[in-house]
Design a protein around this ligand. Sequence first.
Ligand code: ADP
Length: 328
Amino acid sequence: MMCLSRINPYVSLTLFKHYKQLYVCLNQLKNEAMELIIDNLSKTYSNGIKALQNISLEIPTGMFGLLGPNGAGKSTLMRTIATLQEADSGSIFLGEIDILKQKNELRQVLGYLPQQFGLYPKISAEVLLNHFAVLKGISNKSERQELVKALLQKTNLYEVRKQNLKGYSGGMKQRFGIAQALLNNPKLLIVDEPTAGLDPVERNRFYNVLSELGEHTVVILSTHIVDDVKELCTNMAIINQGQVCLKGNPVQIIEDLKGKVYKKTIEKPELILYKQNYQVISEKLFLGKPTIHVLSDNNPGDGFIGVNADLEDVYFSQIFNNTNLYSN
Ligand code: ADP
């Protein structure tokens, strides 16, 4: 071991500077690697509904998809993480911040786009975003103007920045919501059901905006739309009835279903029979006839053909199937 006191003062000062730099770098790395850790989180509403039952998730930086049907508990979880409601038990940490206890600390680094939010219809996006920036404490005018401009460009609203929000489409409003959620350069961004009600073109534009984020931020995208997760997320979880049924990397999760999904086009009246005899995970109409997907370890024969499983198969196998194909 080298002892600092035995070497000359100039060398020790230089070494000290190097150590200090190293310390700063390590701290930066630590900040970049920030994770959201949810541990055993539970919530029962006063009407007895168990909205969250021992939810545990580790969410790294990047885009995380929380997928589940309506009523699964997604909003309850999002609102709890965003410090808008209390849990009964469990904990949530963002890095060092104990979210359930240090609400103000979390709010300083949080961006939140709720399912529904009101906008002042009679002013332009540029004016309203500038107003929100003032409320967030960005007092330097030129700094604020630069930020507002950058965010309007990032969300593809710069060309329509002078238009009143009343004339904005659903997709434009959602993108404005993202712009305001990014004002404080958040470390945690929560986006709750952002694409519900958007047409495919608007949904795509919204995906493009979201895909630009995420590298140094924990982004949680809560949705019941499988495509949202398929297009954007590097990690995901499926929740149903307040419980996590599956979590992991979407590519790996799909890989686990390989060779287990078969399809067949049938007649409508046969559907009940097939549901009795097979593990039917989805049914879709194709040219007016139902095409069913079933789960099976082996080819069931009977006219079924194997298909490449996709995330929709994974999702439906979890939501509509009681058998526990994957265990956590
Ligand atoms: P999701 O966002 O996945 O649709 P929610 O978190 O909104 O699910 O709801 C989960 C369950 O909790 C649902 O059964 C819902 O009816 C119920 N719920 C949500 N909010 C309340 C509330 N404030 N009081 C009572 N029950 C609620």
